[in-house]
Structures are given as C-alpha cells and as structure tokens.
Unconditional design. Structure first.
Ligand SMILES: CC(C)(COP(=O)(O)OP(=O)(O)OC[C@H]1O[C@@H](n2cnc3c(N)ncnc32)[C@H](O)[C@@H]1OP(=O)(O)O)[C@@H](O)C(=O)NCCC(=O)NCCS
Length: 362
C-alpha cells in the first residue's frame, strides 16, 4: 500500500473504469463484476439524470481503487414540486483497506455535498451505522409485507419448533387459499381494467405526475425512468402492469419473480392516487395471480401508507418482523423535521434508492 494519503475523487468513467472494475472483480468476484458492469454501463449510458456529475466517488491509492460510493440521481415530488435528489448506494471498501476509516471518509464526503439524500432501505447494518455516524438522520423504519405462496418450504425455512410449524402451515395455507380466491374475484370484478405491458408509454407521464403529486413526498416516475429502471434492466425481467378506468390510467405495478439465491418475488414499484383502494387491489390481485403461477415461495411488498397497508393485509400479506432501515440527509429546508418520523406524507416502495438494481437472475 502507498504511504501517500488516500484521496476521494469524483469518478470519471473514461479515466477510472479499468481500475474500478479491477476493484469490483477482486472484492466481489468475476461473475458478480460482470453483472455489475452491465448495470453501471446502463447508469452511465441510459439513466435519466446521468448528467448530474458525479455518479460515484472513488478512493484512490495511486492508480488503485480502495473504496467507492455510488449515487443515483432522481427527482422527488415534494408537495407538488419536482425536486432533484440523490440516493447513496453501493458502499464498498477493499478488504485490504478495511477498518481504516475509508467508508466514513467517502460517506462524509457525500454528506458534505449538501444534496437531499433520502434512501437506504437496502443497506447492510454496517452501512446503515456508517451513514448515521456521518450525520445522516435515522428516519422511521420501513416494513415489508409478505404473502406465502408455497407454504411448506416457506414455513420450513423459518426454523420454528415443530408445534408452531404445524400451526403456521395450517394458518398460512388457509391465508393463501383465501388470498388467491379473493384476487381472482377482484380481477373478475375489475373486468379487464388491469393489463400487462412491455414498457411504459410517455403518453402516460402526465397521469403518473398527477398521481405522484397526491403524496406529500415520493419519487417522480415517468416512462424514461421506469423503462430504464425496469423494462430495460440489463440482468432482470420485471413484469409490468397498468390499471385504467374509463380510458384513463389510474396506476401501475412492477414486480419480478425470484432472482438468483432468492425464493421470493418482489413488488419493486407501484403508483396509484393516495387512497385509491380499488386500483391498488386490482394491481396487487393481478400480481398475486401471476406470481402464484411461478415457483416463487413468497411475494413481498413495501408500503409506508396506512390505507395501502390495510389493502395489503386484507390480501393476506403479513408484516415482516425485521424492519428495513431508512436514512435521510440534507433534509433541512426541504422537508419538515416531523416527516423523518411520520410515514403519512411518504409513498416509499422497495425499488426506491438502489432497490434491487444489483440483483440478477443468472
Ligand atoms: C461496510 C464497509 C464499507 C466498511 O468499510 P471500512 O472502510 O472498513 O469502514 P470504516 O473503517 O470507515 O468504519 C466505519 C465504522 O463502521 C464500523 N464497521 C465497519 N465495518 C463493520 C462491520 N462489518 N460490522 C460492524 N461495524 C463495522 C467501524 O467499526 C467504524 O465504526 P467506529 O468508527 O465506531 O469504529 C466494508 O466492510 C465493506 O465494503 N463491506 C462489504 C460491502 C458492504 O456491506 N457494503 C454496504 C452495502 S450497502
């Protein structure tokens, strides 16, 4: 290692990519590096907001990358105004350099940029603690809700004592039958109001903006973002569906079956007007029916909205005991402090932040 001080540098793809990919291959292995290389290329070449430099900081030791932190630019609707934000993601330090404060150095550097950083629901515990140590505020934890689709293996993985295992199997099997029956009946009543799509149509952007602005604060979605993020993800096949009433789109949902090493399907995004119970029921019913036809053991969804939680619970989803973390920086002057602990203004989903962008199916 170099005796020179390590420097935090704004990542320039044309200068730093070879050293950065050597770092990723060393720390995460060649296979993982290849999956990441494709996602990172999609960020530099197609991601909306990619002009908001830099998309990453790297810590350099001579010409070697010793650590890195990425940023995803996005826009939020905050009380009807479109505001630029960034998500920190992908904090990684070479094992040769761990325990020397490099992670803190690069997260401190991010915090000092002064942007609004709302995210972090996919952070590992060390990453979460490092963000807090660097001055990110701890927002109220988020809850994921899960529906067991293939009950026997779902319960087996829980390591319950035999008596409890039997009770859980009987209870969850009954819930699954009720849930699927209800989903089929809901879709029959909806009468073709929900349909699968291959990609998002820019003609619906104004509708997504209107629905997004019905929340105090949420990610701004449009076709450019949703197609980059989901329809054209380099490693995963997301399934997309849109709901309509009287010829107007009233919501969409994005989900995917299990990725490698997982048994669960996830709803990564959905958007309906705040309080539109009927559309959310249609969209979730569509996903429950489709996911039930796959080999997925369970289906998970995250919501911060109390009314949406009631819909999710009524369809047989149970809250997960472990909570997702959530950290926010640069909020001062942008949102009221009370919003750090109050879920009500927020519409947050599993795909926010870097969501499951790094997952892959092969
Ligand atoms: C997590 C990681 C980035 C930490 O990097 P690092 O440079 O060793 O961290 P630092 O030396 O800056 O340590 C910062 C603080 O985090 C703590 N910390 C670091 N790694 C930790 C770990 N694995 N478990 C618990 N605490 C940890 C340190 O003790 C230190 O706290 P202190 O100042 O109170 O002593 C690094 O271990 C890593 O790359 N891990 C694998 C990837 C990962 O989990 N990234 C997060 C993805 S969201």
């Amino acid at each position: 290692m170099n005796a020179q001080p390590l420097t935090v540098v704004a990542y320039r793809r044309e200068l730093h990519e070879p050293a950065y990919l050597r770092f990723i291959a060393k720390v995460l292995g060649a296979g993982e590096c290849e999956h990441r290389r494709r996602v990172i290329a999609s960020m530099h070449e197609r991601m909306p907001g990619r002009e908001r430099f830099p998309l990453r900081h790297v810590i350099l030791d001579g010409d070697r990358v010793a650590g890195s932190l990425g940023y995803m630019p996005a826009d939020f609707w905050i009380e009807g105004k479109r505001v630029a934000v960034r998500f920190t993601h992908d904090l990684l330090v070479d094992p040769d350099y761990r325990g020397q404060g490099l992670a803190k150095l690069v997260v401190d550097n991010a915090r000092a940029q002064g942007d609004f950083f709302p995210g972090g629901m996919w952070m590992t515990d060390p990453c979460y603690k490092i963000h807090l140590a660097c001055g990110f505020a701890d927002a109220a934890p988020l809850t994921t809700y899960t529906l067991a689709l293939d009950v026997a293996p779902f319960v087996a993985q829980k390591n319950l004592p035999p008596g409890k295992r039997l009770v859980a199997r009987i209870g969850l099997a009954a819930t699954r039958i009720r849930s699927l029956g209800r989903a089929h009946r809901t879709l029959a009543r909806a009468g073709g109001a929900v349909g699968s799509i291959e990609g998002f149509d820019p003609a619906h952007d104004a509708a997504w903006a209107r629905l997004g602005a019905s929340y105090g604060i949420t990610l701004a979605r449009d076709a450019a973002y949703l197609n980059w993020r989901y329809a054209r993800h380099p490693n995963l096949s997301y399934r997309l569906a849109v709901a309509s009433k009287n010829g107007d789109v009233t919501g969409f949902i994005v989900w995917r079956p299990s990725a490698v090493g997982e048994k669960r399907a996830v709803v990564t995004d959905f958007l309906v007007a705040k309080g539109d119970v009927a559309t959310l029921e249609w969209l979730l019913s569509h996903v429950i029916v489709q996911a039930s036809a796959t080999a997925c053991r369970s289906l998970s969804v995250l919501t911060t909205q109390a009314w949406a939680t009631r819909v999710v619970r009524s369809l047989g989803f149970y809250p997960r005991a472990a909570r997702n973390t959530w950290v926010v920086a640069g909020w001062e002057g942008r949102i009221p402090e009370a919003w750090l602990t109050d879920h009500e203004p927020w519409h947050v989903v599993l795909g926010d932040s870097d969501g499951d962008i790094w997952s892959h199916a092969d």
